[in-house]
Design a protein around this ligand. Structure first.
Ligand code: THU
Length: 136
């Protein structure tokens, strides 16, 4: 149920993607351990490199609001907002997830629709990642 709610939140956010250059819409819905959900969309830029992915948009919104504990993220995306395939998070976004989550339990849900999705832990998508505990 929580999973469907999260996927639906990502799908609902998709039209808000700011993608004048790639036309590749991405949206994410991040579930905090307290039950709140933060969505994020990709925000592109004429200078290209300042572009921010949907996943990081969601994380940075939540972290700005004081959230620090996260359970799962649902991600969807596709050319012109059409969900033809699973949209997997880029390496930079995986590393941001690594900062704020437990890789063994944090769930990443890649969704094509409410019923078509694949689920991974961060550990599966970012094995042997470098995290905060490496600096302790
Ligand atoms: N993008 C995301 O927002 N998340 C991903 O996981 C992959 C890529 C965005 C960045 C850019 O706006 C567009 O998709 C094409 O790379």
């Amino acid at each position: 149920m929580e999973r469907q709610r999260l996927i639906q939140a990502a799908i609902d956010a998709l039209p808000g993607a700011y993608v004048p250059y790639s036309h590749f819409h991405v949206a994410a819905a991040l579930l905090c351990k307290d039950g709140t959900v933060y969505t994020g969309i990709n925000i592109e830029n004429a200078a290209y490199t300042p572009t921010v992915c949907a996943e990081r948009s969601a994380f940075f919104r939540a972290v700005n609001e004081g959230k620090r504990e996260f359970e799962a993220i649902a991600i969807c995306g596709g050319k012109d907002g059409v969900l033809t395939d699973y949209c997997s998070p880029c390496g930079v976004c995986r590393q941001v997830m690594r900062e704020f989550t437990d890789p063994g339990t944090f769930k990443i849900i890649l969704a094509k629709s409410l019923t078509e999705y694949r689920e991974f832990t961060l550990e599966q998508l970012l094995p042997m990642g470098f995290g905060p505990e490496n600096l302790m």
